[in-house]
Design a protein around this ligand. Sequence first.
Ligand SMILES: [Zn+2]
Ligand SMILES: [Zn+2]
Length: 122
Amino acid sequence: MFKCTLCNLEAPFKHFGASLPAETVATEGSGACRVAFLEQGWLAVDPFSVKPRPLFLGAPCSICNQPVCTADTCSLFFAKRFCAPCARHNASAFPPAVLKASARIFGSSQQQQQQRASGGVG
Ligand SMILES: [Zn+2]
Ligand SMILES: [Zn+2]
């Protein structure tokens, strides 16, 4: 069972790696998608897909090794997987584009205030 340490999301996984093993794809039928991911993580087979398609549940943080899901509030991927606390801790190591793209992790409160300026009751 994969469990995200941050949001406590739980899901059964089939395989740990960058892609589903050939046997899994072979037993699930022909025409399977042999998708390979950029990182090793916990994979499940998408139950809603006709073809056996791997579903990337999450991966271990490259710094603290805790399992985190791929939600944009839990982790970010920049060459490696970083959980939200580690990413915040090392925010200065990321380029501005990554900080901006992962605003939900780094919490750019200044931008939110600008957007709220014309809004009503929050
Ligand atoms: Zn999570
Ligand atoms: Zn971490």
